[in-house]
Design a protein around this ligand. Sequence first.
Ligand code: HEC
Length: 215
Amino acid sequence: MSQQPKRGQFAKTKDEVVLRDHAFDGIQAFDRKLPNWWLFTCYGAVAFFVAYWFVYYGTTLVKSPQQAVKERILAVQAAQLAELNQAMAGLNDAKLVHELATHPLYVAAGQATFMKNCIPCHGLDLSATQDDGNGQRIPLRGLPLTDHVWKFTHKPMGLFDLINKGSPPESTGNNGVRMEAWGQKLSPAEIAQVLSYIISKVPEDFTDTPAPAAK
Ligand code: HEC
C-alpha cells in the first residue's frame, strides 16, 4: 500500500482501506468493505436458515432422523412379520419332525445356530449342564432339552413358537431366568433349523407326530 491508510472505524466505499482505531495488545486491524458477492452468501445463509427452520419444524416435508429411524424400524418389523407368516404357512408339526429333522443339511445348519446362540444356557450336549473342569457337572440357566421333559409343550410348532417368542408371559422362568424371544435375532428359517437339530437329538419324544400323508 503506497499511501498511509486512513484511520477510522470502518471502510465505507469499495477499495478504501482503513486502519481501525481499536487496538488490543498493541495490535491493530485493517478494515475493507466486503465484496457484495461475499455478503450475499452471508445473507443467503441467513435466509436459508429461516426457510429451512420453518420447513423442518413447521411442516412435514423433511423427515427428522428420529422419524426416519422409526419408519425404518416399522418397515423392518413388517418385513419380519411377512417372512414369519410365509415360513409358518409352509411349516407344520409333520414337516418339522419328518422332513427337516431328518435332513442332514438342515440339522447341521441348526446345530451351527445352536452352538452360536444356545449353548451358554442349554449346554454343548443340550443337558443344560457344563463340565467345571474337575469332572463335575454344573447346572446352566436353561432347561435340559434331552431329558424327555417338556415344560410347556412338546408339539413341534409349539416349540417353534416358544423359541420365536421366548418364555410365555405367564412363565416365572427357570429359577427366575426367562428365555428371550429369539425371533428378534434369528430368522424363522434359522429357528426351524435349530428346532430340527433339537428334535433330531430326541426323535423318540416326537413319535406321536404322524408322518405327512403320502402325496
Ligand atoms: C440366557 C439363557 C438361554 C439361552 C441363551 C437360550 N435359552 Fe432356551 N431356555 C432358557 C430358559 C431359562 C428356559 C426356560 C424358560 C421358562 O421356564 O420360562 C428355556 C427353555 C427352552 C426350551 C423349552 C425347554 C423345555 O424343556 O420345555 C427350548 C426348546 C429352548 N429353550 C430352546 C432354546 C434355543 C433353540 C436357544 C438358542 C437359539 C435357546 N433356547 C437359548 C434359557 C436360555
